[in-house]
Design a protein around this ligand. Structure first.
Ligand code: DSN
Length: 415
């Protein structure tokens, strides 16, 4: 598959080869990662990368667009069908530009917006003070309830009534529970705010109908395309027709130049895959696996924020285990289990060495792993964290992990 790179550039080829090995021999638990199909890989690696196509289908600033327009229209139509959306822009390069484009389209600098705090499961684009979102707009941040680890919708409502935001962002990167979309929308309506949802993490589960969708209710919805949706790295923005013009203008020429049409082709292919019945089976298994892994971890004394999960994602607070999130991540890397250190709500520790770890099941479910493999995974995580300074014990676990993983091929990797 990589014959040309192999012949021409041994340094890049060597790194790709080692990454192929790492991906096939290890258990991928980063909840925002997945393995795309060979068809999506082909689209992303295609000659479409050669083309400039500033503008939108039928209204471009460069010639030679007949095939590009076909591809972009396919991506738009399939996304509309998948999410039952009125309008879709498929050009955002990724999640942060998508969210920034929404703010640029619908807000003035300095406007008041509400978003979830980063250490409670929000994102840097949901108002982190040092990020563009937090500097350009006046974000009022809501959080989760200290005792339950869940969103407190009455607190969200009181903050909205006090601050009268122009927009309320319901968006999450480390929140394991179902979202009460209708309640969010009712609060936004009560204060006259625009309701924006960022469903980057759960879009695949929403598209498959295994989690409730905000699309019928919300004014604007963003999502990345590479997480549970299992497409290429990128994003889309969906909105009600009345915001369509403003959103399109904000993406181009407001924020971006030429769209990445090879990635848009990958999105079109992935959306077609997600429209198939098999994708619903996949999404249901993602949820089942996450639930099973959560229960298996709890049995082994792990404390989960909110006590469990309704989605693909699990957040564990390791304080009672006497190990930091960073040390856990490093030890688990050594046995081939990849996850990320993560803050827990009101974390007393710093973000670079926080109290928690974040895990998810989208990638391992794509490989075909099921409940039995979740049980093994929980056992390996538990064992690893009890032998972090014992290199021999870690090497033994790594071998067991590898043996299991090689029974579950990764699409696009032939080892
Ligand atoms: N960085 C992503 C994640 O890992 O959740 C969010 O954009």
């Amino acid at each position: 598959m990589y014959d040309f790179i192999k012949n021409q550039d041994s340094e890049v080829y060597g790194a790709i080869e080692r990454e192929e090995q790492r991906q096939s021999e290890g258990i991928e638990l980063i909840p925002s990662e997945n393995y795309v199909s060979e068809a999506v890989l082909e689209a992303c690696g295609s000659i479409l990368t050669n083309k400039y196509s500033e503008g939108y289908p039928g209204k471009r600033y460069y010639g030679g667009q007949e095939n590009i327009d076909t591809i972009e229209n396919l991506a738009i139509d399939r996304a509309k069908k998948l999410f039952c959306a009125e309008h879709v822009n498929v050009q955002p390069y990724s999640g942060s530009p998508a969210n920034t484009a929404v703010y640029f389209a619908l807000l003035e600098f300095g406007d008041t917006v509400m978003g979830l705090k980063l250490d409670h499961g929000g994102h840097i684009t949901h108002g982190l003070p040092i990020a563009f979102s937090g500097r350009a707009y006046h974000f009022v941040q809501y959080g989760v309830n200290k005792k339950t680890g869940r969103l407190d919708m009455e607190e969200v409502r009181q903050l909205a009534l006090t601050h009268k935001p122009k927009m309320i962002v319901a968006g999450f990167t480390a929140y394991p529970r179902d979202i009460e979309w209708k309640k969010f929308k009712a609060i936004a309506d009560e204060v006259g705010a625009i309701a924006m949802a960022d469903i980057s993490h759960t879009a695949g589960l929403v598209a498959a109908g295994v989690l409730e969708s905000p699309v019928p209710y919300f004014d604007v919805i963003t999502t990345t395309t590479h997480k549970t949706l299992r497409g290429p790295r990128g994003a889309i923005i969906m909105c009600k027709e009345k915001y369509a013009k403003a959103i399109d203008r904000a993406v181009f020429p407001g924020l971006q130049g030429g769209p990445h049409e090879h990635a848009i082709a990958g999105k079109a292919v992935a959306f077609q895959e997600a429209l198939q019945p098999a994708f619903r089976e996949y999404a249901m298994q993602v949820k089942k696996n996450a639930h099973h892994l959560a229960e298996a971890l709890k049995k082994r004394g792990f404390e989960l924020v909110s006590g469990g999960t309704d989605t693909h994602l699990i957040l564990a607070d390791l304080t009672n285990k006497g190990i930091s999130g960073k040390d856990a991540q490093v030890a688990l890397d050594k046995v081939g289990i990849t996850l990320n250190k993560n803050t827990v709500p009101d974390d007393p520790r710093p973000p670079f060495d926080p109290s928690g770890i974040r895990m998810g099941t989208p990638a391992i479910t794509t490989r075909g792993m099921k409940e039995a493999e979740m049980e093994k995974t929980a056992e390996w995580i538990d064992r690893t964290l009890s032998v972090i300074n014992d290199d021999k014990a870690l090497a033994d676990i790594k071998e067991e992990v590898k043996t299991l993983c090689l029974k579950f091929p990764v699409p696009g990797i032939k080892i």
